[in-house]
Design a protein around this ligand. Sequence first.
Ligand code: NAP
Length: 246
Amino acid sequence: MLTGKVAVVTGASRGIGKAIACKLASQGAKVVVNYNGSKEKAEAVKAEIEAQGGTAVLYQCDVSDFASCETFIQDVIKEHGSLDILVNNAGITRDGLLMKMSEEDFDKVLDTNLKGTFNTIRFATRQMIKQRSGRIINMSSVVGVSGNAGQANYAASKAGVIGLTKAVAREVASRGVTVNAIAPGFIQTDMTDVLSDKVKEAMVGQIPLGRFGQTEDIAAAVAFLASDSAGYITGQVLHVDGGMVM
Ligand code: NAP
């Protein structure tokens, strides 16, 4: 159980982040539901958590903005007194073949997925080191490990998240803070709904377990890494992908 722990989940207005927020709240954590543009959806997540007896607060912040992340993390610590779990889940795609990829599409994906992860960690670690405890869980992707045609920007950002995870894990391990990454495979959300049926069929063919993942599959892995049971695990990449990459 995570009773009394303060958990920040970035990009928790929809998809995987929503499932993570609900799961951590169901285990007793006070969850800060971060969103960027989807205010109404974030409010619905808060309402869902509260209807199930959990505690949630909302916080709008564009994670790609360094200064906003400083304010965000400091506000959370000021208001709740601690920061125990940080889940860097916010992410975007801007797919396209490299030869046609604009500089803007490359920068936007790197700024949100990789720099956004750095931004929150940069300010959260100070508090976690002071507490001598903390859990940081970063959302990577199988694509960051194996690459994917049409996703040079996204693959680079998710590979970067793995490097960042391992470097920070080494820096903060002696202070009782663990840092791990999760590499989801194909999970059914808004992000993957936009793919054509042809692409989806081809993807299923590459998954040994023969089905797409659900957001709850990722939330369960996050809850484990955030729990006391995972206290001796750091610097790892946990694949939750139906066996897609092994
Ligand atoms: P999604 O349904 O598209 O949701 C993305 C979430 O990220 C939304 O809550 C969105 O908030 C938030 N977000 C985007 N830009 C943001 C920003 N600048 N600041 C703060 N929040 C921001 O995506 P998903 O499928 O749940 O994916 C969640 C994470 O898992 C991502 O990091 C993704 O790369 C990773 N992942 C997904 C899959 C998959 O198959 N779905 C596979 C591997 C990895 P707003 O709507 O409020 O803007």
